[in-house]
Design a protein around this ligand. Structure first.
Ligand SMILES: Nc1ncnc2c1ncn2[C@@H]1O[C@H](COP(=O)(O)OP(=O)(O)O)[C@@H](O)[C@H]1O
Ligand SMILES: [Mg+2]
Length: 324
């Protein structure tokens, strides 16, 4: 059967535990899977002597011009703005060529950029802490002063940050950050003090429109990322926790996601951020759910139909040896 021969690419330049989990789950589903670094992809838009008709113009490392049946994105490495844009271009191009990309470049762009995430959550009416994003240091100072005057602390985050790195909690009177340390952009968010002295937030793993599993993270300080040493504890994913996580993922139009939530002063949950390339090592250590298998199961449902329609759609356009 055609599915048995599906050729899947896992985009990563550092496969590690997550890459191995995905490859094992893919091979259990009889897929041919390999890793691909976005740095090894390129556009070659000249007709070649071997293929005088117009090919896709996209070369994918060792795969060359052959398109995979699906692409699972496990990482988009940082670099210069130009390098990052080229890497995202490759993901955009794959999608334009009807290759399922899980999560696609638009979802990654919307969520790597905390400003756009916050804007889309706010626009969808999803509870999220009040947030301000600006370049002007004077307005930044004024905004922080206004929050302090209202009795709130403020968190300053790197716009493209992750794993709890570079976060600054500003209590009244503290020296303000030099925006140069934040690439010239202030992403400011009202600090949620936590409920009843409990230092925790929640991570919900959403797969294919379903809240798969969740954990509470107990930080040593106010930052509750696993990468910062937080302790994980499985929690039932139901009620408000599941509903808000699902609403956030829908607002950001993602295939799968790790959603961070925390209780506000009224005890109601708020969405802090949404991750399009979430790690699940910590969560897997406390849940019996087989996360990589669930991811692969959902991902493959997206690969089957588009792969068939792609063959039909391209049959008239490309020489048959280009099809697979
Ligand atoms: N507004 C906030 N109030 C209180 N704690 C916060 C707030 N924003 C972030 N945190 C804490 O910092 C952690 C990291 O913030 P987050 O926005 O998820 O960025 P990152 O991409 O670095 O994970 C959160 O998991 C939470 O523990
Ligand atoms: Mg986070």
């Amino acid at each position: 059967m055609a599915d048995a021969q599906m050729r899947i690419v896992v985009i990563t330049d550092d496969p590690g535990w997550h890459g191995r989990q995905l490859l094992a789950a893919l091979s259990a589903r009889h897929c041919t899977a390999s890793y691909l670094r976005l740095q090894d992809c390129l556009f070659d838009l000249a007709p070649s002597s071997a293929n005088p008709s117009l090919g896709s113009g996209l070369l994918l490392g060792a795969l060359g011009a052959r398109l995979p049946d699906g692409v699972f994105v496990r990482g988009v490495p940082g670099g210069t703005l130009e390098q990052v844009i080229l890497r995202l271009d490759v993901l955009h191009a794959l999608k334009l060529l009807d290759v399922p990309v899980y999560n696609d470049a638009r979802a990654i762009e919307r969520t790597v950029d905390k400003a756009m995430t916050s804007f889309l959550l706010h626009r969808a009416g999803i509870p999220t802490p009040p947030t301000w994003v600006m370049e002007d240091p004077v307005r930044c100072r004024e905004q922080i002063a206004r929050e302090w005057a209202l009795g709130h602390e403020v968190v300053c985050k790197p716009l493209f940050g992750s794993q709890g790195d570079g976060l600054l909690r500003l209590a009244p009177g503290m020296p303000l950050p030099d925006l140069a340390a934040y690439q010239g952009v202030a992403y400011l968010q009202r600090f949620l003090p936590g409920q009843g002295g409990i230092n925790r937030d929640f991570r919900v793993f959403v797969i294919g429109g379903r809240a798969d599993c969740a954990m509470a993270r107990y930080g040593q300080g106010w930052i509750h990322n696993v990468a910062q040493g937080a302790r994980c504890e499985a929690v039932r994913v139901s009620g408000e926790l599941a509903e808000l996580a699902l609403a956030a993922v829908k607002a950001l139009d993602m295939d799968y996601a790790g959603v961070d939530l925390m209780a506000g002063p009224d005890g109601r949950l708020q969405v802090l951020e949404v991750n399009s390339v979430p790690a699940w090592h910590g969560l897997q250590s406390v849940t019996p759910h087989r996360i990589a298998e669930h991811l692969v199961e959902d991902f493959l449902t997206r690969c089957v139909l588009p792969a068939h329609t792609r063959r039909i759609a391209l049959a008239g356009r490309w020489p048959s040896h280009e099809l697979h």
